[in-house]
Design a binder for this molecule. Structure first.
Ligand code: NAD
Ligand code: TDX
Length: 343
C-alpha cells in the first residue's frame, strides 16, 4: 500500500509518519510513504530525521496548490492523508491570504488530483474549530459549521469541498475533526510549546484576555491513532470528531506549566485578547468510539513528558526561536495583543 502524506513535515503529520513507519499500526506495517511538503516556516525536515533513511520513505518538497507537482507525485498512491495547512490562528488574523490559498485552494487541487488518479481513500485532517465556540455541552459531527477565525473559516471551506467531492463524484473522502493537540515537535508559536520554551528561558508568557478560554487537550499520538482508525475502519463520506476528554481553562493550564517548570505567576503577562477569541471547544466522540477509539495518554503524564522533551531538545527549538527573533520566516503575533493590560 502506498500512502501520500501531505504536510508530513509539520507537527502532527510527522508524528503520524514516524508512528506508521515504526510499525505502530497493526495491519499497516508494509506501507510505503511519500511525504509532500512545502516546508513553510512550520515544516521541518528534522521532524522526519528518524525515518529519513528508510527505504519505505520518500520526501518531496512541493506545494499542494501546484498541479504540476501533484501530477508527478499523486499517481500510484492508494491513500492520501492531508495534514498540509496554515495552522496558526494568530497568523490568520494578521493576513488570511495564505490560509485561503493552502487550506481551501490546496485541498481542492488535492481532491481533484485524487479523483483524476483514482485514489482509494482521501482523509482530510480538520479541526474542532470549524464548529465555532460552545458554552455548554459538546458538538456532534452533525452540528452546523460556524467558524469564527479566518483560519477556521478556511478549514471549514475545505471540509465542505470534501463533502462535495464525495457527494458529487463518489470519492471516498473521510474527515477527522480533532481538538487541540499537544506533544513533542510542536512549533513554538502554539500555546503549550511557546509557554514551555519561554519559561525554560525565564521569559514572560503572554496570556490572552482573562485566560478563561477552555480548550480540550489531546496528545498528538492519540490524535494520530484516531486518524488511523478512521482510515482502517471508518466509512466513506463520514466525519469523525477526535477528542481528548480533558478540558482546561488557559489559566488552569498555565498553572500546571508553571508548576512543572518551577516558576511562579509573576512570569505571566496578561495581554489584550485575541480578536474573535473562541471561548470554549468541546467535541462529542461517541461516533469514533463506535470504531473502538479511546485516548490512551493521560494528560498529566503526557504534559510532563512534553515539558521534558523541550528541556532535552533545545537543539530542535532554539534555531526556530532565533529565526523568529531575527525577523526571518517567523513573525510574532500582532504586537497589540502582546501589550500588557495589567502590570
Ligand atoms: P503545522 O503548521 O505544524 O504543519 C503544517 C505542515 O504543512 C508544515 O509541514 C508545512 O510546511 C506544510 N504546508 C503548509 N502549506 C503547505 C502547502 N501549500 N503545500 C504543502 N505543504 C504545506 O500544523 P499541525 O499542527 O501539524 O496541523 C496539521 C493539520 O492538523 C492541519 O491541517 C491543522 O489544521 C490540523 N489540526 C491541528 C490541530 C493542532 O492542535 N495543532 C488540531 C486539530 C487539527
Ligand atoms: O500566546 C498565546 N497566549 C494565549 O493565551 C497563544 C499562542 C495562545 N493563547 C491562548 C489562545 C487559546 O485560547 O491559548 C489557547 C490555545 O491557543 P493556540 O495554541 O494558538 O491554539 P488554538 O487557537 O486553540 O488552535 C489550535 O487548536 C486547533 C491549533 O493552533 C489549530 O491548528 C487547531 O486547529
Amino acid at each position: 500500500m502506498r500512502i501520500l502524506v501531505t504536510g508530513g513535515a509539520g507537527f502532527i503529520g510527522s508524528h503520524y509518519v514516524r508512528a506508521l513507519l515504526r510499525g505502530s499500526y497493526t495491519g499497516w506495517e508494509d506501507v510505503e510513504v511519500t511525504v509532500l511538503d512545502k516546508l513553510t516556516y512550520a515544516g521541518n525536515l528534522a521532524n522526519l530525521a528518524p525515518v529519513a533513511g528508510l527505504p519505505a520513505f520518500t520526501f518531496v518538497r512541493g506545494d499542494i496548490v501546484d498541479d504540476r507537482i501533484l501530477e508527478d507525485v499523486v499517481p500510484g498512491h492508494d491513500v492520501i492523508i492531508n495534514f498540509a495547512a496554515e495552522s496558526h490562528v494568530d497568523r490568520s488574523i494578521e493576513d488570511a491570504a495564505d490560509f485561503v490559498t493552502t487550506n481551501v485552494m490546496g485541498v481542492q487541487r488535492l481532491l481533484q488530483a485524487a479523483l483524476r488518479h483514482e485514489i482509494r481513500t482521501f482523509l482530510q485532517v480538520s479541526t474542532d474549530e470549524v464548529y465555532g465556540s460552545i458554552d455548554e455541552g459538546s458538538w456532534r459531527e452533525t452540528e452546523p459549521l460556524l467558524p469564527n477565525s479566518p483560519y477556521s473559516a478556511s478549514k471549514a471551506g475545505a471540509d465542505l469541498l470534501c463533502r462535495a467531492y464525495h457527494r458529487t463524484h463518489g470519492l471516498d473522502v473521510r474527515i477527522t475533526r480533532s481538538s487541540n493537540n499537544y506533544g513533542p515537535w510542536q512549533f513554538p508559536e502554539k500555546m503549550i510549546p511557546l509557554f514551555i520554551t519561554n519559561l525554560i528561558d525565564d521569559r514572560e508568557i503572554p496570556l490572552y484576555g482573562d485566560g478563561g478560554n477552555v480548550r480540550e487537550w489531546l496528545h498528538v499520538d492519540d490524535h494520530c491513532r484516531g486518524i488511523q482508525l478512521v482510515l482502517a475502519k471508518g466509512a466513506p463520506g463520514e466525519t469523525y470528531n477526535v477528542g481528548g476528554g480533558i478540558e482546561l481553562t488557559n489559566v488552569e493550564l498555565v498553572r500546571r506549566l508553571l508548576d512543572a517548570l518551577g516558576k511562579g505567576w509573576d512570569r505571566v503577562r496578561q495581554v489584550r485578547d485575541r480578536p474573535g477569541h473562541d471561548r470554549r471547544y468541546s467535541v462529542d466522540t461517541t461516533k469514533i468510539q463506535g470504531l473502538g477509539y479511546r485516548p490512551e495518554i493521560d494528560f498529566e503524564d503526557g504534559l510532563a513528558a512534553v515539558v521534558r522533551w523541550y528541556a532535552e531538545n533545545e537543539n530542535w527549538w532554539r534555531p526556530l526561536i532565533a529565526a523568529a527573533h531575527a525577523g526571518d520566516a517567523v513573525r510574532p503575533p500582532h504586537d497589540e495583543w502582546r501589550s500588557p493590560t495589567r502590570e
